[in-house]
Design a protein around this ligand. Structure first.
Ligand SMILES: [Mn+2]
Length: 420
């Protein structure tokens, strides 16, 4: 049994920081200059991407990181304002360690490259280095293998140039920006990184950028805190959209030496939280449930919330739903409501959305009946004792409404199940 696996001897070992040869921060996709078209308060969102750089540097300082890797897409495009370039340079001025920046597909090394062509990006602080060439870079016991993007698209494996391991390489770290071929249906010209690139190129760690989510989950390892593997996306440092799952983090990577398995942890750097929720509104009780749920959301001042409402309700309930959300809205950084599927008449329901001909026919006849287009219940309609008929033998509109809610609600469940 080695000392490191014998619990009775662990107190004799030096702390992990002393054993660890290499410790660095992996980040990417800062996308400075992102527009946020269609969002409220876009200027504040744009500024926060700069402010978040300060938090990345703070993490590097707290962790005593040896260096920082920015794995591409530091900027949203190569055509950004002089002001923003100066601001970015200023934000990086206080870096506590070297910062290596890789050109990505948003800020590629094309003719108009920021990194090679813009005066505002000269006279950088000495700690900042742009990885403009696919050529090894040595930094204290580590060799970086940068794979910069030369254009917006490429069908070539960006890691293909990386040479075989030599003893003097020390810890080998690839830095690339592209789509890791571990998911189906990725575009062929999106800088494809082979699924086993880290193994094939004999890299101890492959720092990727391009996907905004931290991936794989850096909390999914056997101990529940550290991830296993050699290839990671850090994700963007500041969440940038509703669709991003687990973004707004940086990764802390520790490697004890060449060929050793990296120990990877994520730390949150995002200020903003983007969340989208879907609520079905039926009656007064469900409006209160919606109100409670939205009121109890954490950190409202830093939250961008998008609520999608659905259901068929009387106009008074729809109005009360809107009022409740208007009342809560000022607490949030922003609160968007999509209520196009919260309808007040059955006529607004679209039977054509249902997945089978039979369901569409049943729904169309129920809608016609409940909206007065026909005076009779559908032929063969037997709602059962629970739904009941009125004194004249007719099905009340409320009953038809509930039947349609059930029908559409069940369809939504089917739809959700199918997507998993
Ligand atoms: Mn990208």
């Amino acid at each position: 049994m080695s000392p490191s696996t014998n619990p009775s001897l662990t107190h004799l070992l030096p702390p992990r920081e002393v054993l660890c040869l290499v410790k660095f921060v992996h980040t990417a996709d800062w996308q400075l200059g992102m527009g946020f078209a269609g969002r409220s308060r876009p200027e504040e969102l744009r500024k926060e991407r700069l402010s978040a750089i300060g938090r990345v540097l703070d993490v590097a300082r707290q962790e005593d990181a040896g260096f920082i890797i920015v794995a591409g897409d530091c900027f949203e495009t190569n055509r950004i304002s002089r002001t923003l370039l100066y601001e970015a340079r200023e934000a990086l001025r206080n870096a506590p360690c070297p910062v290596f920046i890789l050109p990505g597909n948003h800020d590629p090394l094309s003719q108009d490259s920021i990194y090679t062509g813009r005066d505002e990006w000269r006279n950088l602080p000495p700690t900042i280095r742009v990885l403009t060439e696919p050529r090894p870079v040595t930094v204290g016991g580590v060799t970086l293998y940068p794979c910069p993007c030369a254009g917006k698209t490429s069908a070539q494996d960006p890691t293909a140039w990386i040479p075989a391991r030599r003893p003097e390489d020390g810890v080998r770290i690839g830095v690339a920006h592209g789509s890791w071929q571990v998911l189906p249906e990725l575009p062929a010209d999106d800088h494809p990184v082979p699924s086993a690139a880290a193994q094939e190129r004999d890299l101890d760690y492959l720092a990727l950028g391009h996907w905004h989510s931290t991936f794989p989950d850096a909390g999914a390892g056997r101990d529940g805190r550290h991830a296993e593997g050699r290839t990671f996306y850090s994700g963007t440092h500041e969440q940038a959209g509703f669709g991003e799952r687990d973004s707004g983090n940086v990764l802390i990577v520790e490697i004890d030496g060449p060929t050793e398995t990296p120990v990877v942890r994520k730390r949150r750097t995002s200020r903003f939280v983007w969340r989208q929720e879907e609520f079905e509104v039926r009656d007064e009780t469900s409006v209160r449930a919606l109100q409670d749920s939205v009121q109890n959301m954490d950190e409202p001042g830093q939250s961008l919330v998008r609520i999608t409402l659905k259901g068929v309700v009387p106009p008074t309930i729809k109005e009360e739903t809107a009022r409740v959300l208007d009342e809560i809205r000022p607490r949030f950084f922003s609160l968007e409501v999509d209520d196009k599927d919260l309808v007040t008449t059955l006529a607004e329901m679209d039977a054509g959305e249902l997945p089978s001909g039979l369901l569409r026919r049943v729904a169309a006849r129920l809608i016609a009946y409940a909206t007065g287009d026909t005076g009779c219940p559908p032929a063969g309609w037997s709602p059962g004792p629970a739904l009941g008929r009125d004194a004249g033998g007719r099905i009340p509109e409320e009953t038809a409404r509930r039947a349609l809610q059930l029908l559409f609600g069940r369809f939504d469940l089917l739809k959700r199940g199918g997507q998993q």
